[in-house]
Structures are given as structure tokens and as C-alpha cells.
Design a protein around this ligand. Structure first.
Ligand code: SAH
Length: 252
């Protein structure tokens, strides 16, 4: 196989185009072809060079044929084109970005990773929730809630008293399961919790309630993906911090 070429694996941030990095913007302007995920917002795609081809690689919910995608990227890169693989948030946080990078390198194509602002931290922050706070949370744990009800329960080894904020991604389908598992692990039903949908975008919605009530409150207004769940005392701070106007707030 012919060798050469480079693919830029670029983080698009959580949604707001203002949260793209300068490096991401620069490479988007130079792109000949952009392979992007469904979650990448139209406002971000508008930053792509006008003549570039834009190819959405998620046909259905979350389904990307990795080897087919890698083959296509390799072909474009070896033809000398500037190839961008644009992924939501940070490409290495639950994005299979490292799998794609590994496959590209194996195929003889170099990768450059342009990190992105991850929704795991930025979506709570933009909604007024810091993931750490002196005296409240000494750290945070980011987990996927995908398959929380099947073969992979959420981490049970983190006791509530560890003082770590819990952040769950891919949580909408499994919200009941995740909350049930936290309660079974000894979390106080009164622990503050928040669900943030379409964070940092004009469509953002935020629900704040106790852990015990958060599912009912979010379901009552039809929460949809993408959303994150944040659990821990830091959620209380959300009411104290100034947030941008124009977002819809739902409180229990
Ligand atoms: N690499 C991405 C995460 C990919 S997994 C990152 O670093 O952000 C996709 C999950 O990210 C979604 O199911 C949701 O939980 C979360 N997510 C991404 N964008 C979001 C947004 N704007 N608002 C809320 N959650 C978001």
C-alpha cells in the first residue's frame, strides 16, 4: 500500500462554535474533506472551507463502520488531500478517536490530534456547575452510562463519601438504571443532581433535582440525547452562579 498523508483528528467541542479551538478552526479552513459525527453542530460545519466535502459518517444512532471509514480516510490522505476527522467534544473521550488513530497509523497514515473541549466538563460548567469545588468535591469521575443496565454496571467502587463528583455521558436511555445503581450504592436520595441536554447550544435545557427525583423531572419534559447527568454537592452551586440568560431552566 502506498504510504503517506496525514489525518487531523479534531475535537469539535460540546456544540457552541465559540468553544472550538483556534487550531481546530484553522484546520477546518484548510480542509479538503471532513468526516464528521452526527452531533457536530451546523454552526461548526459552517467553519469548514467552502469547497470542502462534508461527509456525515454516522448513518444511524452511533453506528460508524470503523474499518470502512478508515479505508476512506486513508484513500483521501494518500491522494494528498487535507483530511479532517471531526468529532464532538474531545476526540479521545468516548469517541473511539484513539481506535481510529491506531487504525490510520497501521495503514501508514500519520495522525495529528487536535484536542477539544469535552462535554464532560464544559457542559456542566456552562450550566453553572463546577465539577470540582473546594470543600465540596476533590475530584470528578467521568463514566459512560451506555449499557449501564447490561453487562457493565456503573462504577460501584466509588463510595459517596469519596467526595468525587460523578458525571455520566450517554445517559438518557439508562437514566433510571444509573440513578437506581447510585442509590443502591448508598448515595443519599437527597444528593443534588442535574441533567443538562444540548449543553452550550441555544437548545440547552437543565433540570436540577434530588437524585431521587431527577429522573421523573427530566422525563416529564421529555429529555433527549445528548445529555449529561451530574451527581454531587457541586450541583447546589448552580443556583448561585450567574449563567447566560435565554436558557430554559426546570427545577423540582
Ligand atoms: N467525545 C465527546 C463525548 C462523546 S460521547 C466529548 O468529549 O464531549 C457522546 C455523549 O457526550 C452524549 O451522549 C452526551 O452524554 C455527551 N454530550 C456531547 N455533547 C453534549 C452536549 N452539547 N450537551 C450534553 N451532553 C453532550
Amino acid at each position: 500500500m502506498k504510504k503517506g498523508g496525514v489525518v487531523y483528528i479534531v475535537g469539535a467541542g460540546p456544540g457552541d462554535p465559540g468553544l472550538l479551538t483556534l487550531r481546530a478552526c484553522r484546520i477546518l479552513r484548510q480542509a479538503d474533506v471532513v468526516f464528521y459525527d452526527r452531533l457536530v453542530s451546523p454552526g461548526i460545519l459552517r467553519r469548514v472551507a467552502p469547497g470542502a466535502r462534508r461527509i456525515c459518517v454516522e448513518k444511524k444512532k452511533g453506528s460508524v463502520d470503523l474499518s470502512d471509514l478508515v479505508r476512506r480516510m486513508v484513500r483521501e490522505a494518500q491522494a494528498g488531500r487535507v483530511v479532517v476527522r471531526l468529532k464532538g467534544g474531545d476526540p479521545f473521550v468516548f469517541g473511539r478517536g484513539a481506535e481510529e488513530a491506531g487504525a490510520l497509523v497501521q495503514a501508514g497514515v500519520a495522525c495529528e490530534v487536535i484536542p477539544g473541549v469535552t462535554s464532560a466538563i464544559a457542559v456542566p460548567a456552562a450550566a453553572g456547575i463546577p465539577v470540582t469545588h473546594r470543600g465540596m468535591a476533590r475530584g470528578f469521575v467521568v463514566e459512560t452510562a451506555h449499557r449501564a443496565g447490561e453487562e457493565a454496571p456503573i462504577l460501584a467502587t466509588i463510595p459517596p463519601e469519596a467526595g468525587l463528583t460523578r458525571v455520566f455521558l450517554m445517559v438518557v436511555a439508562t437514566l433510571e438504571t444509573v440513578v437506581g445503581q447510585l442509590l443502591a450504592q448508598g448515595y443519599d436520595p437527597a444528593t443534588p443532581a442535574a441533567v443538562i441536554e444540548w449543553g452550550t447550544t441555544p437548545a440547552q435545557r437543565v433540570w436540577v433535582a434530588s437524585l431521587e427525583q431527577i429522573t421523573a423531572v427530566a422525563r416529564a419534559s421529555g429529555v433527549e440525547a445528548p445529555a449529561v447527568l451530574v451527581v454531587g454537592p457541586v450541583v447546589q452551586l448552580q443556583g448561585q452562579l450567574r449563567v447566560r440568560p435565554g436558557h430554559r431552566w426546570v427545577r423540582a
